[in-house]
Ligand binder design. Structure first.
Ligand code: PRP
Ligand code: MN
Ligand code: MG
Length: 181
């Protein structure tokens, strides 16, 4: 862990703050989806930690499915080109879909995903994102459940990576510029 910490400029959101926020969002989601056929769709790989903690905060059955898409590759900027690496196993027809994401940065990934899902016959589609960067938005995303709005800096941890590293950090931190410049 020591070598990870040397690469961090600042801790932005602590593990405790994340868990408290996800519990709060779970209460809202539980109210909004009571009695409905809900499916959670996690966006691999960044959303694994958010999904793992969020789904365990829900008081009812909540099936999960996963979609793997990637637009960042090994860089710090979105390429804008979204590639499907793994598609859903589930037919979304008649289902209430909640997409679970770690972060809305430019918004390009979710805007592409929303358009893709809208053609699959879901009853409703909403988005839960732990983090959102308002100053980085290139497209507006209608996100019903947002954890934290954060400044436009490159963040890692709690599922978020830089070149596949730092995902296993418990907190969310700003990556020190010396790491990628
Ligand atoms: C990251 C992050 C979001 C997306 C947000 O995923 O997990 O899915 O980028 O950026 P955007 O709003 O600018 O599109 P990434 O493409 O790095 O894949 P990963 O989840 O496997 O790390
Ligand atoms: Mn992602
Ligand atoms: Mg990534």
């Amino acid at each position: 862990v020591a070598d990870i910490e040397a690469d961090l400029a600042q801790i932005l959101v602590t593990e405790q703050e994340i868990h408290a926020k996800l519990d709060e969002l779970a209460v809202r989601v539980a109210q909004d989806y009571a009695g409905k056929d809900l499916i959670l769709i996690g966006v691999l790989k960044g959303a694994v930690m958010v999904m793992a903690d969020f789904v365990r905060a829900l008081p009812f059955h909540a099936p999960m499915d996963w979609m793997a898409v990637s637009s960042y590759g090994a860089g710090t900027k979105s390429s804008g080109v979204v590639q499907i690496r793994k598609d859903l196993d589930t037919d979304l027809h008649g289902k209430h879909v909640l997409i679970v994401e770690d972060i809305i940065d430019s918004g390009l990934t979710l805007s592409w995903l929303l358009e893709n899902f809208e053609s699959r016959g879901a009853e409703s589609i909403e988005v839960l994102a732990l983090l959102r960067k308002p100053d980085a938005a290139k497209v507006e995303i209608r996100c019903k459940y947002v954890g934290f709005d954060i400044p436009n800096e490159f963040v890692v941890g709690y599922g978020l990576d830089y070149a596949e590293r730092y995902r296993n950090l418990r907190d969310i931190a700003v990556l020190a510029p010396h790491v990628y410049s």
